[in-house]
Design a protein. Structure first.
Length: 116
């Protein structure tokens, strides 16, 4: 059974930084793609950043230049380095993985709050 475990959320002041981690376990395969999504109260879940097995990345326009997604294949882990955080980045951040089987798995979410 695939499990995704996120960590690294918290409370930070505007302009601050956080690093989120998502570790995948339970499969011998590296996912075709992994990504970070976020959902703010009253809003739909949206893509923040994604990275493919080949290393291609994609970012939401709202985070380009501030967030960086990276991976560590040996640990089946991805990271989201978030710099220059803004109050509008406040949300629950979810990790998602798409496996070669076509199955999609989600993590439990980690809260990021940007406030002074």
């Amino acid at each position: 059974q695939v499990q995704l475990v996120e960590s690294g959320g918290g409370l930070v002041q505007p302009g601050g930084s956080l690093r989120l981690t998502c570790a995948a376990s339970g499969s011998i395969f590296w996912p075709n793609a992994m990504g970070w999504f976020r959902q703010a109260p009253g809003k739909q879940r949206e893509l923040v950043a994604a990275i493919t097995k080949g290393g291609s990345t994609d970012y939401a326009d709202s985070v380009k230049g501030r967030f960086t997604i990276s991976r560590e294949n040996a640990k089946n882990t991805i990271y989201l380095q978030m710099n220059g955080l803004k109050p509008e980045d406040t949300a629950v951040y979810y990790c998602r993985a798409l496996y070669p089987s076509g199955n999609v798995y989600w993590g439990q979410g980690t809260q990021v709050t940007v406030s002074s």
